[in-house]
Design a protein around this ligand. Sequence first.
Ligand code: BDP
Length: 617
Amino acid sequence: MLKPISTPTRELVNLDGVWRFAIDSRAGAEPWTGLLGTPLEAAVPASYNDLFVDPEIRDHVGWVYYQREVRVPRGWGGERVLLRFDAATHAAKVYVDDELAGEHVGGYLPFDVDITDRVAAGERFRLTVAVSGDLSNETIPPGKIEVGMNGKKKQTYFHDFYNYAGLARSVWLHSEPKTRIADVTVVTGFEGATGSVDWTVVTDGVDEARVRVSLSDAAGAPVATGQGASGSLTVPDVTLWQPGAAYLYELTVELLDEGDSVIDSYPVAVGVRTVEVRGHEFLINGEPFYFTGFGKHEDTAVRGKGHDDAYLVHDFQLMEWSGANSFRTSHYPYAEEVLDFADRHGIVVVDETAAVGLNMGVVGGMTGTPPFPTFSEQYAGAATQAAHAEHLRALITRDKNHASVVMWCIANEPASNEEGALEYFTPLVELARELDPTRPLTYAMVMFATFKNDRIIELFDVVSLNRYYGWYIATGDLATAETYLHGDIQGWIDRTGKPIMMTEYGADTQPGVHSVWDQAWTEEYQVDYLAMNHRVFDRFPQFIGEQVWNFADFATSNGIHRVEGNKKGVFTRDRKPKAAAWALRARWRGLEGRKPGSDGSTGAGSGEVTGADGADG
Ligand code: BDP
C-alpha cells in the first residue's frame, strides 16, 4: 500500500479540516445512519480528547463519529477511487453514505478503503468514520475495559502516556489507475565509490515485465535506468545518505502498456546507505555510529497526538540545536511526514511498534511481580501475538524504504524476563527478519529484565536499555545509582558481546524548581542525573548510544506520581528548554555523533571530538 502522492497518473484531495463530531451515545441508534445530529465539530487531524471541555468526551470509551461531505473530482471516471486514513486510533469503520465500506484495526498505521464502486466522478457523498480508542487483549497496544461502581466503562492500560484517540493524521481521497504499481521495495549498498539500488516492484493487473525504473540524482540529472519487476541499478560516484548529511536520489517506477505509454508512475526517495551490526559496533555506511538524541512522543497541547507540521519542523530544529543525531519513535509508529523529514534532514530513526505494555510486572510496581503471567491467555496470548505480527508487518511495509530508519524496535519494555517471552517473540523476530533482512532488531528493555533473567536478547542484535538509576531506583542518590548502572552495563557486555545503547534514562523535572542539593524534580538534579549516566556510558567502548527520556513533557493518564503529565522532558510540553537541554547541547555538539575519547577516525559527523571531562559541561 503506497502512500498517496500526486504523480502524472495519480491525484489526491486532502480532506483535513473541521468535521461534524459526536460520541456514540449521542449519535442515535446503533448502527448509526444519516446525518449526525450534533452541535459539535472536531478538527482533523487531531485527537478528539482535549478539543472539548466535556469530561464525558475526553475519557469516552466506545465509538465516536466524524462526518463530512466529499466530492469526487469529475476527472476521476475510470480510475480507482480510495480513501486513505493516515491513522485512526485505534479502530475505524468507514461509511460511504449509510453503507459500511471498510474497517480497520490498529491506531498508528495507515489504511486505504477502496470506494470505486460506491461513488461517481463529479458526485458528492457523505463520509462518516466511526473511530474507537478502545484497547483490549486483542489490540496493540493492549489494555482492558472495566465497568466501574458507577456503571460506567473505564479504559485501563499499561503505559503512562495518555490514550489519545481519533483521526490524528491526515485523511485523503485519492485516485490510482486500475492497472497499477502496488508496492516498491528498495535496498541500497555501495562498494568504494559505486552505489547500488536494488528494486522490487509488485504490480496489480499487468504483466510484471512491463516495469521501467529510472534513477535521478538530487538535482534531477539521470543516473541509471532499468527494466523489469526487479533488478539492480549501479550508481557511479555515489553520494551516500549520511547521518547529518542527507542525500536523496529519486527512483521513478513506471508501468508501461504495449505501446510503451505510461499507465502508472510512482517516485520513491532513495538514500543510498548501509546498516550493519558487527561485533559490538553499529555501523552506518561501514563506520561506527554513536546515537545521541531522545525517545519522543507525538504529543502537544490541545491536538493531543494530532500531527502538526509546525511542531514537526520545530522539534527537528530543537533536536539539531541540542546536537541530537537520532530519536526513537517511542511508543508507536509516527506519521509518515516525520520519517520523510528525517530522510531529508539526515536524522537517524529507531522505528518502534506500538507494542508497549506487554508487561504485567508494571502492575506489581517496583517489585515487578506480575499478578498473573504476562504471556498467557489472561493477558498477552495468541490473539495479542497475532495482532502484534500484523502490526509489525504493516509497519515494515510502510517504512521499509526510509533511509533514516536504521533499526526496528519490536516492543517497549515487554516482560522479557517472564516465562513464555521466548515463545511469544521468536515468531515475531523471524517475521521481521523475513520482511526486512537488512535492518538490525532490538526491543527496549524494562528494568526488571536484567542480564541474569532476560530470556530473549539472543534473538536480537542490539541491547537497548531503559534504566532509571537515580530516579525510580536510588532516588536522589547518584553515587549508588552510578554503581548500579555500571554493574548493569558490565553484566550485559559479559552476557552478550552485543552493542549496547540506552533507549531511556531520565528524571522528572519541574522547570523553575532549583536546589543546591541533589533534590528530585529540580533542574539541577536532571542535569546531574544525566551527567552521571554519561560518565558511566563513556567508560564502555561497547556503548553505542544515548537517547534521553524524553524530548518533551507529555500528557499521561491520571496517576499519583504524575503532576500534569510526565515531566521527564528536556523541553517543556511547549518546547522551552530546561537546564538539561543546555547541558545536552554542550555534550552532544562536542560529540558530533562520536563517542568521547574515541580516536575520531570514524563517526557520523565532522568536527572536534572532546573528551568525557570537557564534554560533560
Ligand atoms: C518507562 C516507559 C516510558 C515511561 C517511563 C517513565 O517506557 O513510557 O514514560 O518509563 O516512567 O518505563 O517516565
